[in-house]
Design a protein. Structure first.
Length: 231
């Protein structure tokens, strides 16, 4: 605060001194969804009998070395891009696939565990949380619903040791792989061309995300996490 000659207190306007730097980045979501495609396809191959059980560790390593790093990177850049849906969904999915991969690495091939089954059921529910913020990005919401269903069915297969449930989980995993692959391609083309090429079924503000100018894009920036005083 500054005090003028008359003794009255004058408040300094700090808002005029604040500078917020924004750095353009490419969308991290395509690499996250491509990582998802790799993991869910590999585990579906095991569940459907397309990949022999003695190659389980190869599939687990693929998820651990390809999927998890890509999703972790996508989550970090989702935070930097101020996109809570990207950061939360990629971070959550990456952690779940890391858990599944490590368990399959240390367990004997074909082993089914109650603990993993229960954790996957919880993960299936947790995967639905980011959908609240993704309702304006319909394809991303669909992929998250598919991921939640895929984890839940795999959890039930672990708990029940049912071949039919294992087959159902594997089939759901392949459908999820196709959805994730399509979404990754659509997002990649949109980022490269600067406009939608394949439909992502954006709605509301998300539909205008690639059309607004800079002034519109930073509206409300002062209320975002990292700028406001508290999270």
């Amino acid at each position: 605060m500054n005090e003028d000659r008359s003794g009255e207190t004058a408040h300094t306007d700090h808002s005029s001194k604040v500078r917020i730097t924004l750095r353009p980045i490419g969308s991290p979501l395509p690499m996250g969804f491509l990582g998802l495609t790799v993991a869910t396809t590999g585990f579906s191959g095991l569940q459907l009998g397309l990949i022999p059980e003695d190659e389980t560790r190869i599939v687990a390593l693929a998820a651990l070395l390809v999927t998890v790093p890509l999703m972790a990177l996508a989550s970090v850049f989702g935070v930097l891009a101020r996109d809570p849906v990207a950061s939360t969904s990629m971070g959550l999915l990456g952690g779940i696939w890391a858990l599944l991969a490590v368990v399959k690495l240390v367990a004997d091939p074909g082993t089914q565990t109650t603990a993993l089954g229960l954790l996957l059921l919880v993960a299936g529910v947790a995967a639905l949380v980011p959908i609240v913020g993704a309702l304006q990005k319909l394809m991303i919401a669909i992929v998250m619903i598919g991921s939640g269903l895929r984890f839940s069915l795999t959890g039930l297969a672990e708990l029940t040791a049912s071949p039919a449930m294992e087959t159902l989980a594997g089939a759901a995993g392949l459908v999820l792989a196709l959805l994730a692959l399509y979404t990754a391609l659509a997002l990649e083309l949109e980022d490269a061309r600067g406009h939608a090429v394949l439909p992502l079924f954006r709605r509301g503000d998300a539909c205008l995300a690639t059309r607004h100018d800079l002034g519109d894009q930073v509206t409300g920036l002062a209320r975002e996490a990292g700028v406001r005083a508290q999270l």
